[in-house]
Design a binder for this molecule. Structure first.
Ligand code: C2O
Ligand code: CU
Length: 493
């Protein structure tokens, strides 16, 4: 009860003290959008090797001065990694910062010890070299730190980048990939979207004076670290790989002129077929791939619109979905290169077969905890059989927005409050919005590499919530191992 009352008070304080922000029509779009460089790699004995260096630096984020920031192979954000399904990769991650961190491969299926979660710490001066074989469809994944209690701070200051997976040349999937816009930085453009607050001297402001329940939300939206960005579009269609890399903000993307666009991909890869819409919700950690059509010479603004985030039946409606924020201006050239039409069939997605599930687990999000427990790095919360398919039912009991992310998995959304999921959520997801007071049911198939010693995480991806304890750990074990043995710990260990 104390938690519910606390949530109510926090909600009331937020609603009372922060107004609704709108930057619609006020952003002047004076800077060309920066495109994160593609990370270079070498192939050594058949392994594609990347070198990443986490560093401290200073960056002009366009707010009146230099901001102390963190970056990967640079002072803010990091390069885009790119690998092909079937390839073995190794990432040599060096920490040149003065504090410990980690680097987690969000959305990747990989052995737990390579995951870069809170247990795979990289101390200052050290190098950590995870390696795995890419075994999942082409997708827009990302990487970011995951040090428990410090994730929000490290991401906010700039540690994040994209990890794009491709299909091997010559495969049927590659034919679809080639039919979509695919020239990186030209008609296939990554957008790392992050809202920030700034001090008058240009430094990042991470203070949250109202102690809102979600963490910092700012009215300056950086895309790939660029403030007030525009993108010169030279083709009839442009594919945007959008990452919500924000700590707390939930966006509802659309265009200022109301145009439709096509959603072609979700967190874990291409959808079965394009979904035509004028709005797309992305919660922190989520990605989507969209294709936008432009006419020669026109301009259109990618904007986040106010949204109905859902009402908790037990409490007041929470705030946080009411802002309108201009994000990026697309400027079409006077003459445009032709683009192929978007294929009508994109990927084979199996229909979600609930009958395949062997177990149903429930997760109740409330305050800073899941099922009444705050994150404990020494406690295993769930023990899952390798290769098992399960139903995970996630419910939010309070009036703060939450989402839910599961490591090492791309899941399917079975239903939300008993209704089939919206069309853009019918592909592979690793992160999903959790409507307050309603049950969101996920069908999750777990990885096949048992490791009872190294857990994966599940958590809310609003980073303050995650840092405060809204996270749990699961291990994937050999189904034949006896409970209570090293091969199969009992939950709660
Ligand atoms: Cu994007 Cu557990 O993380
Ligand atoms: Cu949350």
């Amino acid at each position: 009860a104390a938690l519910v009352v606390g949530g109510l008070l926090a909600g009331a304080a937020v609603a009372f003290s922060r107004g609704v922000t709108s930057t619609a029509g006020e952003v002047e779009f004076t800077r060309p959008l920066a495109i994160p460089p593609l990370a270079s790699s070498t192939v050594q004995d058949g392994v594609r090797v990347f070198t990443l260096d986490m560093q401290e630096g200073e960056t002009d984020l366009g707010q009146g001065g230099l901001a102390p920031t963190l970056g990967v192979n640079g002072s803010f954000l990091g390069p885009t990694l790119r690998a092909t399904r079937g390839e073995q990769v190794r990432i040599d991650v060096t920490n040149s910062m003065s504090e410990t961190s980690t680097l987690h491969w969000h959305g990747m299926k990989l052995p737990a010890v390579m995951d870069g979660g809170p247990h795979q710490q990289v101390e200052p001066g050290r190098t950590w070299s995870p390696t795995w074989t890419v075994a999942q469809p082409a997708a827009t994944l990302w990487y970011h730190p995951h040090l428990h209690g410090r994730t929000a701070d490290h991401v906010y200051r700039g540690l994040a980048g994209l990890f794009v997976l491709d299909e091997p040349a010559g495969s049927p999937e590659a034919a679809v990939q080639d039919a979509l816009p695919h020239e990186y930085g030209v008609d296939d453009v990554p957008l790392v979207v992050q809202d920030k607050k700034f001090h008058a001297d240009g430094r990042l402001d991470d203070a949250d004076p109202f102690l809102s329940s979600t963490g910092v939300r700012g009215s300056v939206v950086l895309v790939n670290g660029t403030a007030d960005p525009y993108l010169d579009v030279t083709t009839e269609r442009v594919r945007l790989r959008v990452l919500n890399g924000s700590n707390a903000r939930i966006y509802s993307f659309g265009f200022d002129d109301g145009r439709d666009f096509q959603v072609v991909g979700s967190d874990g890869g291409l959808l079965e077929a394009p979904v035509t819409t004028d709005r797309l919700r992305l919660t922190p950690g989520d990605r989507a791939e969209v294709v936008v059509e432009v006419e020669p010479g026109e301009r259109t603004v990618l904007r986040s619109f106010p949204q109905e985030l859902g009402v908790n039946p037990f409490t007041a409606r929470f705030s946080g979905g009411d802002d309108t924020l201009d994000v990026l201006e697309l400027r079409a050239a006077p003459t445009l290169e032709p683009s192929a039409p978007v294929p009508t069939t994109l990927a084979g997605i199996p229909s979600a077969d609930e009958g395949a599930a062997t177990t149903t687990r429930r997760f109740e999000l409330s305050g800073t905890s899941i099922n009444g427990q705050d994150m404990d790095l020494r406690r295993i919360d769930e023990v899952v059989d390798a290769g098992a398919t399960e139903v995970w039912e996630v419910t939010s009991l309070d009036d703060s927005p939450h989402n839910f992310h599961v490591h090492d998995a791309q899941f399917q959304v079975l239903d939300v409050a008993g209704e089939p999921p919206p069309l853009d959520l019918r592909g592979w997801q690793d992160t999903v919005y959790v409507r307050p007071g309603k049950v969101t049911r996920l069908l999750v198939t777990f990885g096949t590499t048992p490791d009872a010693e190294h857990p994966y995480m599940f958590h809310c991806h609003l980073l303050r919530h995650e840092d405060q304890g809204m996270m749990g750990q699961f291990v994937v074990v050999d189904p034949s191992a006896a409970p209570g043995t090293a091969g199969r710990p009992a939950p709660g260990d």
